[in-house]
Design a protein around this ligand. Structure first.
Ligand code: SAM
Ligand code: SF4
Length: 329
């Protein structure tokens, strides 16, 4: 098991496969983004598989694909197929805005993807467009239905709560769980990068406590639900007689660094050691050099050992070099 120097069992690798996106969510990606990782510098499906083999070899079990928008990667099916076949990997999931899932959900499930987290910030078409800018609610909803139909379940929905954009929408999103066996998770805004998205994340912050109060005022008590997975960053609740779960992810107001079990791999082949920190270790050079798989494994072990704990958001310090779309959440 890959224990880090703080005794945390790091067994979950989040792989960003691309930094392009077909949305421009206000807190994630500046409207005028034009600099992307050139395709020659993106890890190839074979290189991603080699990293996953190294990870499985030291005890990693869970893989999540993210981006940017992972479904924009034209060789995504090959990536999933290669990862899903690696011995020791027992869960392959993906975080997506969902708009391309009507075409991709079934082939992704056939390639070995187990489940998806869909990102839907509002059930109001106007406010959805205000927060996520390039997408539409009906497209995202069609993606959710396609995912459910293809068996990419249990369905989880991520919603980032932003003051003056969608803070009232937590009620209608939470209401979905009454009839649907879905998990709706509300995420506190994090400021990443040095741009207008980071400034908005600071200025328009809404705490999970505020979102919870708003939901309880409208829909009644949220009763705590035991979470068997202690590394799950979401604190979960259930409305009375509800089918689904309402969760709160609160990295700012209630940091969960002590139970963090993740390593992150960027689309350009760097282990990013903590979401809210700039430290990285390059693995692409090793993948493309003569060191072979032993060197890839060594770099991963070094990355796990160097993983920091405890973010410094309260001191105004966060990841400066990369924005969220360049890491993958
Ligand atoms: N495009 C996909 C999506 O939106 O789900 C995957 C990549 S996106 C960077 C991964 C997750 O990061 C999203 O689900 C969104 O909820 C979250 N996210 C993006 N920017 C954020 C921010 N500034 N603070 C908190 N969460 C953020
Ligand atoms: Fe794109 Fe996801 Fe970032 Fe929104 S949160 S801009 S969908 S990468």
């Amino acid at each position: 098991m890959p224990l880090d120097r703080f005794g945390r069992n790091i067994n979950y690798l989040r792989i960003s496969v691309i930094d392009h996106c077909n949305f421009r969510c206000v807190y994630c990606m500046p409207l005028d983004t034009s600099q992307y990782v050139p395709s020659s510098q993106l890890l190839t499906p074979v290189e991603i598989e080699r990293v996953v083999r190294a990870a499985a070899g030291v005890g990693f079990e869970k893989i999540r694909l993210t981006g940017g928008e992972p479904t924009l990667r034209s060789d995504l099916l090959e990536i999933v197929d290669r990862i899903a076949r690696v011995d020791g990997i027992r869960d392959v999931s993906m975080t997506t805005n969902g708009v391309l899932l009507p075409r991709l959900a079934k082939p992704l499930a056939d390639a070995g993807l187990n489940r998806v987290n869909l990102h839907i910030d509002s059930l109001d078409p106007q406010r959805f467009a205000k927060v996520m800018r390039f997408g539409t609610l009906s497209e995202a909803w069609a993606g959710l239905e396609a995912a459910e139909c293809a068996g990419l379940t249990p369905i989880k929905i991520n919603a980032v709560v932003v003051r003056d954009y969608n803070e009232q929408d937590v009620v209608e999103l939470a209401r979905l769980t009454i009839d649907k066996p879905w998990t709706i998770r509300f995420i506190e805004l994090m400021p990443l990068g040095n741009n207008e998205c980071a400034r908005l994340a600071k200025d328009n912050f809404v705490s999970s406590a505020d979102s919870m109060r708003r939901i309880e005022e409208a829909l009644g008590t949220l009763a705590p639900v035991d979470n068997p997975n202690e590394a799950d960053e979401s604190v979960n609740y259930r409305l009375a007689d509800a089918e689904g779960i309402v969760g709160f992810i609160s990295p700012v107001s209630e940091p969960y660094c002590g139970t963090c079990n993740r390593m992150r791999l960027t689309a350009d082949g760097r282990f990013h050691l903590c979401l809210l920190n700039d430290d990285e270790l390059d693995v692409r050079a090793a993948l493309r050099g003569d060191g072979g798989d032993a060197e890839v494994r060594e770099i991963l072990i070094k990355a796990v050992q160097a993983k920091p704990t405890g973010h410094r958001l309260h001191e105004g310090i966060s990841t400066a070099q990369r924005s969220m779309f360049q890491i993958g959440g």
